[in-house]
Write a protein that binds this ligand. Structure first.
Ligand code: DHB
Length: 392
């Protein structure tokens, strides 16, 4: 089999790239190890930056996001028993939409299927060959048969543990990493929203986040030991912890509901430099990971794909390679800005085991600053909506 662009991984990066290339008349095949059902139900974050919303809309896959997602013009920072609003739209002119990542996945898969896009689910033993040549290929097994997909380019969108990054020789790559000694316990529950906007809370007991999924389903998180087990947390214990961390001194409280999903995620920052080698390019989690605070993960994947689409288009339409050559450098500017922001928000809001009282007061001083200084609030807001720093 032959295609122009072979894409490994049907997450947001791989599916969106395939769709955007199709709109430019460029052929691609997407190979995914999981089933369609699995990718459409994996629960991840849910904040779409302005640029992500705009791109999905321009690409004709934004209708359900617009209808079912919630447009938010601000969020709240809770600390020392009080809530403080960050006015995203007032400070930046931009906003965000709360819409779950797996819903974006469903919309992209539906679009690819409607356009007769080539998606292969449940593939195994995927390997990449000839990336130093102009004729790379991907070998894989599907439904018991062995295949080789010949392509002009291989795009690795297969996440942090995938084969793609490992196919760039280690000697040509530098990995940057930070592992945080805490995780997030996430729940989905039935019930109305606790607040009109997201609440990020810092408390001596640890961080908590109140988000939403729909008028009847809410998403909440609280900092936990990443090695803890969901079995240790009864619903009552979870609600007690969330109330202790988020409720305000003036009586503002969160709304309990029936919990129907619990999970624990670890937290890590990671950047691979470089994101390209020969005819292999990495996008999304295959190249970089952020801790979830600020929900930049999918937005960075979308930003990578935007750059890569232009670069591949310039190659096919104008026979130009300059945008492909500069892909890594261009994408990494935005990635490092988001890496810093995610690390900063994480560090300011989490309970850090062993932190001195002095260091704890610095966290509060920083939160006081971003909630009282317009300049500091703008720093937070422009990073949150995704317009800060270098643009991809
Ligand atoms: C959500 C996740 C995040 O990491 C965040 O910063 C905001 C919202 C969410 O899942 O809704």
């Amino acid at each position: 089999m032959r295609t122009q662009v072979g894409i490994i991984g049907a997450g947001p990066a791989g599916l969106l790239l395939s769709h955007l290339l199709h709109l430019r008349g460029i052929d691609s095949v997407v190979l995914e190890s999981r089933s369609r059902d699995q990718i459409e139900s994996t629960i991840r974050a849910g904040v779409l930056e302005q640029g992500t919303m705009d791109l999905l809309t321009e690409a004709g896959v934004g209708a359900r996001m617009k209808a079912e997602g919630a447009l938010h013009h601000g969020f709240e920072l809770a600390f020392e028993g009080k809530r403080h609003r960050i006015d995203l739209t007032g400070l930046t002119g931009h906003s965000i939409t709360v819409y779950a990542q797996h819903e974006v996945i469903k919309d992209l898969v539906a679009a690819r299927v409607a356009d007769d896009g080539k998606l292969r689910f449940g593939v195994s033993e995927t390997s990449i060959h000839g990336i130093d040549t102009d004729t790379p290929s991907i070998r894989y097994r599907h439904e018991g048969e062995a295949y080789e997909l010949q392509c002009d380019f291989v795009i690795g969108c297969d996440g942090s543990q995938g084969v793609s990054r490992a196919s760039i020789p280690q000697a040509l790559r530098k990995d940057f990493e930070r592992v945080y000694p805490f995780g997030w316990f996430g729940i989905l529950c039935e019930g109305p929203p606790s607040s009109d906007e997201l609440i990020y809370a810092r408390h001596e007991r640890g961080f908590a986040l109140i988000s939403t999924r729909s008028p009847n389903v809410q998403r909440m998180y609280f900092q936990c030991d990443p090695k803890d087990s969901v079995e240790n947390w009864s619903d009552d214990r979870i609600w007690a912890e969330l109330h202790a961390r988020v409720d305000s001194h003036d009586g503002q409280t969160i709304v309990d509901g029936k919990i129907f999903q619990k999970n624990i995620v670890g937290m890590r920052s990671f950047v691979s430099n470089t994101m390209q080698h020969g005819r292999l390019f990495l996008a999304g989690d295959a190249a970089h990971i952020v801790p979830p605070t600020g929900a930049k993960g999918m937005n960075l994947a979308v930003a990578d794909v935007r750059v890569l689409t232009e670069a591949l288009n310039a190659f096919y339409v104008e026979n130009r390679t300059d945008l492909l050559d500069s892909y890594s450098t261009t994408a990494l500017k935005r990635i490092w800005r988001a890496e810093h922001f995610s690390y900063w928000m994480t560090s300011m809001m989490h309970r850090i085991e062993g932190a001195s009282p002095f260091e704890q007061q610095l966290q509060v001083a920083e939160l006081e600053y971003v909630t009282t200084s317009r300049a500091a609030a703008t720093v937070m807001a422009e990073n949150y909506v995704g317009i800060a720093g270098a643009h991809a």
